[in-house]
Design a protein around this ligand. Structure first.
Ligand code: GDP
Length: 344
């Protein structure tokens, strides 16, 4: 069967949007940097009198068993409080336990060396699989060959997909990259109007159909529209779905077959701790995910689930959503995450 044969004909409408003045925020933006948590610090390493006396005599010493245990308890609490999943926390504290048991430290700098070791080990998990995709560079590099570049967004319901697509469209516009949004969530009531609302605010066109229309055909039409108007990017919104829902997974696989995305981006919440790495891994079995955006970092999240996600899935995290305004999309920064767990 030809790909085109699979497209169930659906009436699509182009909703041209004109840019208004500067896009207004749709809510309060809370900067992630405003959080006041301190995280783990050198004074969390409690040394016994015996160790201190030993350290005054011998230069290189190890921590005693109770000191290691005490520190690992504090480390594990700090990680769990920063939304790192239980499994990753346990794996990491085991790794640190092995290091602390096998390493002698210069007594004078012992505390800062241990904290430095924790920092470096966390960073190596976060940076483990490369730096991820620089979307702007990626689109610029590919714009000439892949006209248009196709980016598909998926993930569970309510995580912020539609809002994030508007943020990405806004970022592209600010950088001189033109785009169209495919309103391929034809399932959730008001989803199409919501997409149109955001698109109007950021001033990009939308390709839409009726509710119940085939989402793949809307995406197909959006790609045709982008080709005809020489737009650089098609941003494909999809209905929220769980990795366990077979029909919806088959539907998104069809969208993938038809739209042939250059990038598939999973949108999840920073606030979902333990479940998200498993959800992403499951999704990734059905549709290959190239990158992740974690939303709602401003909602009392510390971003620690980025560590579990990197550890379990190895898929790069690209951005954090830090508020409801279109500007509140920050580039993923491993140092920022580590700073929420370990004090500099
Ligand atoms: P969708 O169902 O996945 O398309 O999710 P929506 O885009 O409709 O977003 C659901 C809710 O989350 C809306 O109220 C958004 O304003 C809100 N939202 C999205 N991203 C963020 C974010 O980074 N921070 C905060 N605080 N709210 C967000």
């Amino acid at each position: 069967m030809k790909v085109e044969d699979e497209v169930v004909s659906a009436e699509t409408t182009v909703v041209e949007q004109t840019e208004r003045e500067s896009p207004e925020g749709i809510g309060k933006e809370t900067s992630a940097s405003k959080r006041e948590d301190k995280g783990l610090n050198p004074t969390d390493i409690k040394l016994s009198l015996k160790t201190r006396i030993k350290g005054a005599i011998v230069r290189n010493i190890s921590l005693s068993e109770p000191e290691i245990e005490n520190f690992l308890d504090t480390l594990s609490i700090s990680m769990l409080q920063s939304d790192v999943a239980q499994e990753t926390t346990e794996k990491f504290t085991k790794l640190m336990s092995d290091r602390l048991h096998s390493t002698k430290f210069d007594y004078k700098n012992m505390r800062s060396e241990i904290i430095g070791e924790v920092r470096d080990s966390l960073l190596s998990i976060l940076k483990g699989k490369g730096d991820g995709v620089d979307i702007l560079r990626y689109v610029r590099d590919r714009a000439a060959d892949a006209q248009p570049v196709r980016i598909l967004f998926l993930g569970p319901n309510g995580t912020g997909k539609t809002t994030t697509i508007a943020k990405v469209a806004y970022m592209f516009k600010q950088n001189g990259i033109s785009c169209v949004i495919s309103a391929s969530d034809t399932f959730r009531a008001a989803a199409i109007e919501q997409t149109e609302h955001h698109a109007a605010k950021v001033g990009v066109p939308v390709i839409r159909g009726e509710y119940g229309a085939d989402p793949a055909s809307i995406a197909f039409n959006a790609i045709e529209y982008a080709k005809a108007h020489r737009l650089n990017v098609v941003l494909i919104d999809t209905a929220g779905r769980q990795e366990t829902n077979k029909n919806l997974i088959m539907e998104v696989q069809k969208i993938v077959r038809i739209s042939k995305p250059d990038l598939v981006i999973y949108i999840g919440e920073s606030t979902s701790g333990n479940v998200i790495p498993i959800q992403i891994s499951e999704f990734n079995k059905f549709v290959k995910i190239d990158g992740i955006i974690l939303t709602k970092l401003d909602c009392d999240a510390k971003g620690g689930n980025a560590i579990s996600i990197s550890d379990v899935t190895g898929i790069p995290i690209l951005f954090f959503g830090t508020g409801e305004s279109y500007q509140s999309l920050i580039k993923y920064d491993p140092d920022f995450i580590v700073n929420s767990i370990v004090q500099t």
